[in-house]
Design a protein around this ligand. Structure first.
Ligand code: NAD
Length: 400
């Protein structure tokens, strides 16, 4: 039987996912792109051609993969009916518009995939899709399977690297899908990455990488005098000791949160929640020349060589930090704020997170915390559980 896949988005991730899925046999690919006139532009640009993926391999060789989506549309009423899988392959700030678009057409036993999900995906999904969400299977990946960049919009993309393994969470709910619900998505991905199942959504959420960028931004810019710089500073290699300590402290607060949840609800397995330092030590075992502590692990990591702070050129050779970049605008409302919300529900104080959050929210012109409490007016546009009316840890039950 044919697999019908809806790929949501129009950026790097959506290009790879739609091209790759369409390259597989017996798959119908419908691209749903609700952003501006992107669907129309993509349809025109691609014409009768296939999307071409240039897939790089670690040994320096590369393959070409071609796939032609059946159609690209901004109309969910055309894309969703009859679909088996709906894959969100778009930045977190755009998820809400896709949930709203697909909502009237989602039916029981559809598989909804966050690729990646980012913290709060589950809260948002269950809140917007309401009664139908528990009847679907929700699969959330911890990251994107690839590092990828579009080389020609709508037509060509380079897959710079592919992960070997990728953690995911499967919320099967009351859905009735025959066999392993991961099977269809693994078929589309191919042999790599291998999707590995965690116990529940709290594990990847409390081990998230969203706590990396905000403290680095804080360390670099909190004492900035407001004058343009003559060059863009190094992002990881320029990491300050203070920022590394804050990052580590935020991770400690997440471990404390996991511990508090385990005490109150021992049935929730949180063995998979590990400290950021331990996680990075594993991932970058070969890339970091000094793994003695978090600061050195990040500063001496060849994977981060030459990566710079996001900066805007205000006049030739003069740069200002770009606080609108996703390091704050994605990782705060769809990262740190969600974590703060979970810690509050668990009754855990988070002074270090609060310090970074207080500065970060100011930089992006938002108010999430007031003092140390998550009650600012912009919680309403974040993905904190409180935004969706969660009042206690028991409210997590339908998602577990
Ligand atoms: P992207 O920057 O390519 O996404 C851009 C797309 O987002 C646009 O083409 C449009 O379709 C959509 N969009 C932009 N503004 C919008 C708006 N206002 N409303 C609705 N849609 C809008 O993002 P990406 O590279 O595909 O990344 C997707 C996710 O994967 C992100 O969470 C990113 O952090 C993560 N990620 C990406 C990579 C990578 O290599 N590309 C690597 C790791 C993780």
């Amino acid at each position: 039987e044919k697999l019908i896949v809806v790929v949501c988005g129009g950026g790097n991730a959506a290009h790879v996912m739609s091209g790759l899925s369409a390259s597989r046999e017996n798959v119908e690919v419908r691209v749903l792109d609700v952003f501006s006139d992107e669907a129309e532009r993509w349809t025109k640009t691609l014409g009768d051609d296939s999307i071409v993926l240039t897939v790089n391999h670690p040994d320096g060789s590369h393959d070409e993969v071609r796939g032609k989506p059946n159609f690209i549309t901004n109309d969910a009423s055309k894309a969703v009916p009859g679909a088996n899988l709906i894959v969100f392959a778009v930045p977190a700030f755009a998820h809400e518009s896709y949930f709203e678009a697909i909502k009237p057409y989602v039916k029981p036993n559809m598989i909804i995939v966050g690729m990646p999900g980012q913290p709060g995906f589950e809260f948002q999904c269950f809140s917007i899709l309401k009664d139908i969400a528990p009847k679907c299977c929700v699969i959330v990946f911890e990251g994107l399977p690839w590092a990828a960049r579009i080389t020609e919009f709508g037509r060509a993309i380079t897959v710079l690297s592919t992960k070997d393994f990728l953690n995911c969470v499967v919320i099967k709910g009351e859905s009735k899908i025959e066999g392993d619900p991961l099977k269809p998505i693994q078929y589309l991905l191919g042999p790599h990455p291998v999707a590995t199942k965690l116990h529940n959504f709290l594990e990847p959420t409390l081990s998230t990488k969203s706590i990396m960028h905000p403290p680095i931004m804080y360390g670099a810019w909190k004492d900035w005098d407001g004058n343009p710089l003559s060059e863009k500073p190094l992002f990881y290699q320029g990491l300050t000791e203070e920022a590394a300590e804050l990052m580590s402290g935020m991770s400690d607060e997440l471990l404390a949160t996991a511990k508090a949840i385990s005490l109150k609800k021992p049935e929730i397995n949180l063995d998979g929640v590990i400290h950021l330092f331990d996680w990075l030590s594993k991932i970058y075992a070969n890339e970091a020349s000094d793994k003695s502590n978090l600061l050195q692990l990040l500063r001496t990591n060849s994977a981060f060589n030459g990566l710079l702070h996001p900066m805007k050129e205000v006049e030739p050779g003069k740069f200002m930090p770009d606080f609108t970049f996703r390091y704050l605008t994605e990782d705060v409302p769809f990262g740190v704020v969600v974590l703060k919300g979970i810690s509050e529900l668990a009754g855990v104080d988070t002074p270090i997170t609060d310090k970074v959050l207080a500065w970060s929210q100011k930089m992006i012109g938002k108010e999430y915390i007031v003092g140390n409490s998550l009650c600012g007016k912009d919680v309403a546009t974040s993905r904190a559980p409180q935004r969706y009316g969660y009042k206690s840890l028991d409210d997590f039950d339908p998602l577990l």
